[in-house]
Design a protein around this ligand. Structure first.
Ligand SMILES: *Cc1c(COP(=O)(O)O)cnc(C)c1O
Length: 400
């Protein structure tokens, strides 16, 4: 079967909730993916940063195989011998006291929202059913009804009401707006240290620190959504570390599993995660031994192969190379580590056509928010591979 045959079947039988580029991938290794016709591409999306460790990393694959032969799912009705070790290793790596495991990123966000509300009532003393959570414009935190309820992107909500109350949206990067929005009922402020789907938006220096201090002063939980920016993507383990803060809650997912399996979690302290009692919250697959074994190895690979440092170094290199390209279309090049956004002028007529041409040259990236090309390759990428891709990026950014 050829590319067009697969696409035809997919379009006929699948719901059309995505608009993918027309490449049908059949295998992948490291930064490279291969389509059904044998063509090779450099992956500059890394599954929205879920495959930071590179596709089909041999060590993570081995961990998956070994664990799959032993036991894959116990449910949390019983205990398993992988989850406690994942808890311990995550806490040792991040400095948090407790972990609550889930599967998708959206589920971990939901978990953090529930924790924040219950903390608001039980610890802070907010009156029943009046807790508020403050979020930022242009956020992305997943697709559940509660999460889209605080989205500022109209399409995400259109047709899905009634939406969940209890959220307040303020501009991103504006700490004065945060201070103004806080009331006695505010339980939490949830923020992406770098907005990913929003277009790789890096907030002004000092913003996270100021916002954190404002939260502390007002007894409001500071929740960092590091699902995309975490695990080395930004050139640090977590993007919040650029500002020397320690959020009360950190939400992780995506690269926590190296792309092998949906694994997510909420990290926090005893006070916040201590609000959950047996029966308050849960998930059949959350914390299963296969997920835990995969996540344990994914974290070790990230650290032991120095992928965080590589992201920092090669991110600088990637941006420097991009800045060397003389293109009338480029408005701004931004990012931290290998989390890079190239914003185009409106006259460029959208980022998608550039991504489509890049695909024909063997470089896979995806537009985000119409005018931004995101470059976020697996963190195992080398300088030579960046140089290889840059020839085509240069050519394509110079198109008419
Ligand atoms: C991807 C993402 C999510 C949602 O994760 P899913 O696994 O797609 O549910 C939440 N927050 C951020 C910042 C993300 O990038």
């Amino acid at each position: 079967m050829l590319t067009k045959d697969f696409i035809e079947i997919e379009e006929k039988f699948g719901a059309h909730n995505y608009h993918p580029l027309d490449v049908v991938i059949t295998k992948a290794k490291g930064v490279w993916v291969y389509d059904v016709e044998g063509k090779k591409y450099l992956d500059c999306l890394a599954a929205y940063s879920a495959v930071n460790q590179g596709h089909c990393h041999p060590r993570i694959l081995k961990a998956l195989q070994n664990q799959a032969e032993k036991v894959t799912l116990t449910s949390r009705a019983f205990r398993n011998d992988q989850l406690p070790l994942l808890y311990k290793e995550l806490c040792e790596l991040t400095g948090y006291e407790k972990v609550l495991p889930m599967n998708s990123g959206a589920e971990a966000v939901e978990t953090a929202l529930k924790a924040a509300r219950k903390w608001g009532y039980k610890v802070k003393g907010i009156k029943k059913d009046t807790a508020e959570i403050i979020v930022c414009e242009n956020n992305f935190a997943g697709r559940t009804i509660s999460i889209i309820s605080f989205s500022s992107t109209e399409q995400y909500k259109d047709g899905f009401g009634p939406i969940t109350p209890g959220f307040k949206i303020i501009p991103y990067g504006d700490s004065a707006a945060l201070e103004k929005a806080i009331t006695a009922n505010t339980a939490a402020f949830i923020v992406e240290p770098i907005q990913g789907e929003g277009g790789v938006i890096v907030p002004p220096d000092g913003y996270l620190k100021k916002a954190f201090d404002i939260c502390k002063k007002n007894n409001v939980l500071f929740i960092a959504d590091e699902i995309q920016s975490g695990f080395g993507r930004s050139g640090k383990l977590f993007a919040y570390q650029y500002e020397n803060i320690k959020p009360d809650v950190v939400i992780i997912g995506k690269a926590l599993s190296g792309g092998f399996y949906p694994v997510s979690a909420v990290l926090s302290n005893n006070e916040v995660l201590g609000v959950f009692n047996p029966g308050d919250h849960g998930s059949t697959f959350g914390g299963n031994p296969l997920a835990a074994a995969i996540a344990r190895e994914s974290i070790k690979v990230l650290v032991e192969e120095n992928l965080i440092e590589n992201s920092f170094k090669l991110g600088e290199y990637f941006r420097e190379k991009l800045r060397g390209i003389k293109s009338k279309h480029v408005k701004e090049i931004r990012g931290k580590g290998l989390f890079i956004g190239v914003e185009l002028y409106p006259e460029a007529k959208g980022a998608r056509r550039f991504c489509e041409v890049l695909m024909t040259k063997g470089v896979l990236c995806k537009e985000t928010h119409d005018d931004v090309i995101r470059f976020a390759p697996p963190l195992v990428i080398t300088k030579e591979e960046i140089d290889w891709a840059m020839v085509y990026i240069d050519e394509v950014l110079k198109m008419a």
